[in-house]
Design a protein. Structure first.
Length: 351
């Protein structure tokens, strides 16, 4: 396998190689520059070795901005919309700080410089997300032969102190429900969050066809305009309390059950129209303040509360993992909140 350049002005370099039948073939590097042609040659050789194949790998890209166009196209077809936004923001911040450098010239020093500058703009947690995203960007580039190295490999993330995952006590839940009683939409939405542990987006995308009262199951599944966080579907059993909540939502005046469009959403401001996430988060904060509860509480705390209560009631942690839709058990364990009162009861039991 070797390089050779066309003997013409601005001629391109070609990679010449032999296929499995011993026949000589060639593929253009698409570049008149030797350093770029060598980049292509290395990527091509690695791809052939990896796949045990002589199918040419894609042409290596020149600049970081070229990588952006290709990676965003790839992740848009394979990842959730929110994740794609993270990739776009990471590209934007990297170009702003480091500039549109040649891919083969981006070094570990550049990544460390990027990390130090980002720390002046964002929290350490966000900076770590940036680093993870950058690492994925270059890994995608390596996968398709768009670049030949990953400068983020070996870069240490920032050490972050563990934060408490906020869970609400029974008394705090009672105060919140009392404050939200005046608003049926928010009241039922809060109850559903407390009794399913669903993420807000999962609740807002629930349709009546996802509710099976005969089998007493709620289906959390992917749809054309919605993907679950892990990409996996799950089922949540409907207990008596949850069944009562859903039945109440279906009852109109005089205990008459309404007929629902199965494609309609459980929570909507108008027929079959999704409520925005921001609308709910602002309303939730309003009722937190009305109930005179700490400002630290947000809607996701309902999920923390559900998982914590499941653990405290002795439900097998593997079952809790499935109910919560966590891909790893350690995530479920991180959501448990064992308070001082629980520890006191444990000690008294031993005494």
């Amino acid at each position: 396998m070797f390089l050779s350049k066309n003997k013409t002005p601005r001629g391109r370099y070609y990679v010449y190689y032999f296929d499995e039948n011993g026949k000589r073939k060639s593929v253009t590097t698409g570049s008149p520059y030797k350093n770029e042609a060598l980049t292509f040659l290395i990527a091509f050789a690695n791809k052939v070795k990896e796949n045990n194949s002589t199918v040419p790998s894609p042409r290596p890209l020149r600049n970081f901005s070229d990588l952006e166009q290709n990676v965003i196209s790839y992740v848009s077809n394979n990842l959730r919309k929110g994740t794609v936004s993270i990739y776009k923001n990471t590209f934007k911040s990297f170009l702003k700080i480091i500039g549109d450098k040649f891919l083969n010239q981006i070094s570990i020093k550049d990544i460390e410089l990027y990390k130090s500058f980002r720390l002046k703009e964002v929290t350490p947690s966000t900076c770590n997300i940036d680093l993870s995203t950058l690492k994925s960007i270059f890994n995608i580039g390596l996968k398709f032969g768009w670049c030949i190295h990953n400068p983020v490999k070996g870069i240490s993330k920032l050490r972050i102190s563990q934060k408490d995952r906020l869970s609400m006590s029974d008394d705090e839940v009672s105060k919140l429900l009392l404050a939200a009683k005046e608003n049926p939409l928010m009241y039922n939405l809060i109850l559903l969050g407390l009794n399913t542990g669903c993420r807000l987006n999962e609740i807002l995308n629930l349709q009546w066809k996802d509710i099976d009262l005969n089998e007493r199951v709620i289906h959390i599944r992917n749809k054309d305009n919605f993907k679950t966080k892990t990409g996996k579907t799950r089922q949540i059993p409907i207990n008596n309390k949850l069944k009562g909540i859903i039945n109440q939502m279906m009852i109109e005046n005089g205990n008459i059950f309404k007929l629902y469009n199965l494609d309609g959403y459980l929570f909507s401001k108008s027929v079959n129209k999704l409520i925005s996430r921001s609308f709910i988060t602002h309303k939730f904060k309003y009722y937190i303040r009305k109930a005179e509860l700490p400002e630290k509480f947000h809607f996701h705390c309902l999920r923390h509360t559900f998982i914590t209560n499941c653990i405290k009631k002795g439900i097998n942690v593997n079952y809790v993992q499935m109910l919560a839709g966590h891909s790893e058990l350690k995530t479920t364990l991180n959501y448990t909140h064992i308070g001082i009162e629980d520890l006191k009861r444990a000690i008294l039991a031993v005494d």
